[in-house]
Unconditional design. Structure first.
Length: 142
């Protein structure tokens, strides 16, 4: 079975992914979008309706979906070597990401640990894309 997306989505999803990451980081550190798009949502933890700025949720959704599509789009020539490079890059990005998470688990505490977990959501995709594109670039140059 082939679970890869069509190659035509790679460029647009890449642009969206790499442009929304700085916006998300700005949002995380400044809270400047807090008042935008306030709507009533149901909170599963409180079991009640609350008013919440929905920009963060939309931005998180866009980063994750565009990152997954960009990461797993077919290359123009998708062969066994490209598949091996893709799998090796994914494994390496998981090792690095969880290694950093284990390290931060012992050295970052309280509210700052939440920021580590937020970054953890996105760094797997970012690391995978960087490693995969780097290895593909080396492959295409040789």
């Amino acid at each position: 079975m082939n679970y890869l997306f069509n190659n035509k989505w790679k460029r647009i999803s890449g642009w969206i992914f790499y442009l929304t990451i700085p916006v998300g980081m700005y949002l995380l550190f400044t809270d400047s979008f807090e008042g935008l798009l306030k709507i009533h949502v149901f909170s599963l933890l409180d079991f009640r309706w609350i008013e919440n700025g929905f920009v963060e949720e939309i931005l998180t959704f866009v980063i994750i979906v565009s990152g997954i599509i960009h990461s797993f789009c077919k290359e123009k020539i998708e062969d066994e070597l490209i598949s091996k490079i893709r799998i090796d890059s994914l494994v390496l990005s998981l090792y690095i990401n969880y290694g950093v998470l284990v390290l931060f688990n012992f050295f970052v505490y309280e509210l700052n640990y939440i920021y580590v977990m937020i970054f953890h959501l996105f760094t797997i995709l970012i690391l995978f894309n960087l490693i995969f594109r780097y290895k593909l670039n080396i492959h295409y140059k040789s």
